[in-house]
Design a protein. Sequence first.
Length: 124
Amino acid sequence: MEVNPAAVTAIERWIRQGHQVYLCTDSHFNDMLGYKIKRTLEPFNPKLINERNVIIAQDKSAIMGDVMIDDCVDNLVDFNGARICYVQPWNQHYGGALRFSDWNKINETINAIQAIYFENDCIL
């Protein structure tokens, strides 16, 4: 299990900019879940991302937020905010406009979304 270093950099940047970021997993609760979460958090600065930033939900449609980045199309379908599909072979037929494998492009998209919110006096 390896966390993309570009994802770590982008997520930590967003937190420094004042965004609230949560890592959501729809994993089943079992002995491996703690290990998975621990390994996922290892590359992050624990002052920025730690176990308090992890949500375990078997139904991600219950997650509320402004933006969801996910590689599982099913998790994006019912999300009410902006949806970014992280490219994987299993989601190659996703019809959404926002589908990226490059975290720099994802960061640019987040910045654009933020600019639209601020332009319209909304809170992101």
